[in-house]
Every structure is written in C-alpha cells, then in structure tokens.
Ligand binder design. Sequence first.
Ligand SMILES: Nc1ncnc2c1ncn2[C@@H]1O[C@H](COP(=O)(O)OP(=O)(O)O)[C@@H](O)[C@H]1O
Ligand SMILES: [Mg+2]
Length: 315
Amino acid sequence: MPKEKAIRELEDLPGIGPTTAAKLKAAGIDSLDKVAITAPHELAEISGISVDAAKKAVQAAQESTTLTYETGGQFYDKRKQIGKISTGSKDLDELIGGGIETNGITESYGRFASGKTQLGFQIAVNAQLPREKGGLDGNVLFLDTEGTFRPERIESIAKAAGINPEKALENIMLVRTLTTEQQILSLERADKLIQEKNIKLIIIDSLTSLFRAEFVGRGSLGERQQKLNQHIHRLQTLSDKYSLAAYITNQVMDNPGIMFGDPTVPIGGNIIAHAATTRLYMRKSKEEKRIVRLVDSPNMPEGECIIKITPDGIA
Ligand SMILES: Nc1ncnc2c1ncn2[C@@H]1O[C@H](COP(=O)(O)OP(=O)(O)O)[C@@H](O)[C@H]1O
Ligand SMILES: [Mg+2]
C-alpha cells in the first residue's frame, strides 16, 4: 500500500501546488481549517483549479483536521478567564458586560468626532492597569492609520488614571501606517512583538480608512473586501491565540437605501459585521456628551448609554 503523506499545510493537499496555495493564502484561506470550511466552487473560483479538484482538496482538508470537543461547562470555565478592559465609564462598562473583552473584536463606528479615537486612547491606558483595577496588566499595539494618535492625550488620561505618563507612552507600540500593505503587514508580523512586549490590546484606528481611500474608483470592491477580510481574520486569530483584546474603529456612510430611521451605516459591509464580536455605534450629543449604542453583542441586550469626553478621558 502506498504510504500517504501526512497533510500539514496547504501544499500537502491533493491538487494544490505552491502557486495555487499562494493564491489561496492571498485570499485569506491560509490554513487547512479554512480550506475545510470553504465551498468547493468558491475554492475553485479563487484558485483556478477545477471544481472536482477543489472538492477533493476540501475533503482532504476536512479529514486532516482534528476537532477537539469540550463540554459547555469547560467552555464556560474558559469564558470566566476572559479579561475585560474598563472604558472609564461605569455605564458603558455595564452596557457591554463589564468592559472591552479579550478573545474578540470590539468595533466602534460613527461620524467624525463621535469619540471613537478618544475611547481608543482611554483603553490604551486602562489596559495597562492591574486586572483588579479594570486593566489587563499588559501593553498595547496601536495602528494609527489616520495620523490622529496624540501622545498628549495619553499623558493626560494616564495621569488621571494614576499611571506614570512616560511609562504609559512607553507601553504603547505605535505604528503609523500609510498604506493598506503596511497596515496588513503590521499584523502579519506582530507575533514576536506581542509575545516579547506582552501586548494585551491591539487597536486599529481606523480599520477602514486606508482601504476606502486606496480602492476608491479602482472598480475593485471585490479586491478591497478580500484584503479587508484577510486582515480582520488575522486580527481575530491574534486575539484568540494570545487572549488579547482588539478594538477597531470604523467610518460610516449614508445608506440611501434606508428610508426610515437612521441611514448611517458602517463601512466594510458584512465582513466586519461578522468578525466584530461587539459593535458600538457612537453619536455626538450636546457638548462633551456622546451616545453609545450597543448594536451587536453575543451575550448582552441592545441598549444605549451616555458618556462624556473630558480632558481626563472618558467618564
Ligand atoms: N483634551 C480634550 N479634552 C476634552 N475633549 C477632547 C479633548 N481632545 C479631544 N476631545 C474631544 O474629542 C472629540 C473628538 O473625538 P475623536 O475620538 O477624536 O473622534 P473620532 O470619532 O472622529 O475618532 C472632539 O470633538 C473633542 O471634543
Ligand atoms: Mg478618530
């Protein structure tokens, strides 16, 4: 009997050579598990192999994955280990079930000046606090895609939180990204940094602006969505692998298709909607007040609360 080669990577699958594997990886299908849950016709379309060949590859990928089952109770025990970063507002913390959670992605979307970045600054400081004080005792990776990171704000917020401002800034690894390639690479290459620097929170402010700017008029919405998909999956993977929290901000646009109610919708469509565990819609109210609406959460009811943006941070 011919000895079968163990299937460990994409290239080990029947009918998948290095070129096909590269195409799949570029499309975000970068593991056997992902091949296993891809529809054969989709796999064929992405990679250019025949549907029959794709069926065989998917089947082989499914057979190669080992699923481990756990009881609901075991899973619940694991859930209890999940860390939460306080937002600085008691009401907002309560609304989202205690704070910004690890092992998941929290998204805030809203118009200009709705407070998305300020909330990012606040949790970038709070993540550094000890766990009993609403932090994760960890450091922060901050992808600034819009050039709106302000060390002065970190300084003020840290002082108010009782953290040495210089230390607070030291503990934030900042990447100013100018292109989507840089943005994507910042996460692709983050493993070492995350481990060495004990990163417990990744912020991408904003997730979508460079994608939106670069792919405008290129008539390649498909390509944009594909890249965005790959990027956000990477964020999910990091968040799970290292039990860290991920916070992304998102711009909005007016959806002319909505006739009743608020026409404001976040950019990025279903890709982000599916990937984000918790979605917050932020709106300006009077003066320093902002309305935060919990739009989507796996375990908390929808609701709203009011926060204030103060010189000392979120209150
Ligand atoms: N030092 C500060 N003290 C009080 N409020 C501030 C301070 N800095 C910024 N803000 C408030 O934050 C708002 C901008 O919020 P921001 O989070 O940057 O918006 P965006 O949603 O566009 O990211 C401004 O309208 C301003 O009122
Ligand atoms: Mg902003």
